[in-house]
Design a protein around this ligand. Structure first.
Ligand SMILES: O=P(O)(O)OC[C@H]1O[C@H](O[C@H]2O[C@H](CO)[C@@H](O)[C@H](O)[C@H]2O)[C@H](O)[C@@H](O)[C@@H]1O
Ligand SMILES: [Mg+2]
Length: 275
């Protein structure tokens, strides 16, 4: 079956195509492009980072970029004539520390800040209410042991991975903090995290913004994500005639049309098509 014939209702992880040999490559869904340049010329790739390119770690700072991943992404980007972007809840400045020297196009803070393929940056203006709300959160979070606050400048996250018993308390606290910040910020739940992020954008709008310009335009979006925040880009890719791949188990509530079991399988596939 070619990529254009993929049945979007088929949500099962499928068997390995004959081209794959690695034992990790046992669940590459049918319909994804292979590594030939003429096939890749039709596609623009968008990758979420945490839980998609990278395995989930105990804390935000503890993530590990495996050997070879940057090299493979840079090679793949070249084969795509630059039509590869990262779309993440992280800040762009943190992404650049994870992938030093690569300077990929990036949408950070769930789409609120963006560096396009020409290197132009769009950022968010902070309000005094938001700054006060961040200070209040940092003070109040100290009352709970093992709760981590991640200040991302125009967004702030409270992590309860090491104290999951406080999930409800943290969600209640973040509602109060969101009310203090005002309507320009909104709540975003994720994996063991609740965040306050700019309300002006989301990952779907970020993908659409990339797709409006070269080298992304005139291609089909192929998006990879693992979490609630990625649903907006799954829908954007589907609506634009592209494909959406969720890393993890098939889910009735996801708009993703394809599934891959783990970041390791995704990385292995990237390595293969980047050659
Ligand atoms: O959109 P993403 O690239 O997936 O980023 C989403 C959030 O990821 C990070 O938190 C998550 O990953 C951490 C490291 O594996 C993990 O410890 C945490 O529990 C997860 O929620 C990041 O810290 C957030 O800023 C991102 O928004
Ligand atoms: Mg993710």
């Amino acid at each position: 079956m070619s990529s254009k014939e993929h049945d979007p209702m088929d949500r099962s992880p499928l068997t390995v195509p004959s081209r794959t040999t690695s034992p990790e490559n046992h669940a590459i869904p049918h319909g994804l492009p292979d590594g030939s340049r003429d096939v890749l010329a039709d596609w623009a790739f968008f990758f979420d980072i945490d839980g998609t390119l990278l395995d989930i770690a105990e804390t935000p700072e503890a993530v590990c970029v495996p050997d070879g991943l940057i090299h493979d992404l840079v090679h793949l980007s070249r084969k795509l004539d630059g039509a590869l972007a990262l779309v993440t809840g992280r800040s762009i400045s943190f992404v650049d520390t994870l992938f030093p020297g690569a300077l990929f196009p990036v949408a950070g803070l769930h789409g609120a800040e963006r560096r396009d393929a020409a290197g132009r940056m769009s950022e968010i203006e902070l309000t005094s209410d938001f700054l006060r709300a961040k200070d209040e959160l940092k003070k109040r979070a100290l009352s709970w042991p093992d709760i981590l606050v991640e200040d991302k400048n125009a967004a702030i996250a409270v992590h309860y991975r090491q104290a999951p018993q406080y999930q409800h308390d943290m969600q209640m606290l973040m509602r109060e903090i969101a009310a203090m910040a005002g309507p320009r910020w909104t709540l975003q739940n994720g994996k063991m995290v609740t965040e306050l992020r700019p309300a002006t954008s989301d990952k779907g709008r970020a993908v659409k913004a990339f797709m409006a310009d070269a080298p992304f335009s005139a291609r089909r979006p192929l998006v990879f994500g693992d979490d609630v925040t990625d649903e907006a880009m799954f829908k954007a890719a589907n609506a634009a005639g592209g494909l959406s791949v969720k890393i993890g188990s098939p889910s009735e509530t996801s708009a993703a049309t394809l599934y891959m079991e783990s970041p390791a399988i995704l990385r292995s596939w990237i390595s293969e098509i980047a050659q």
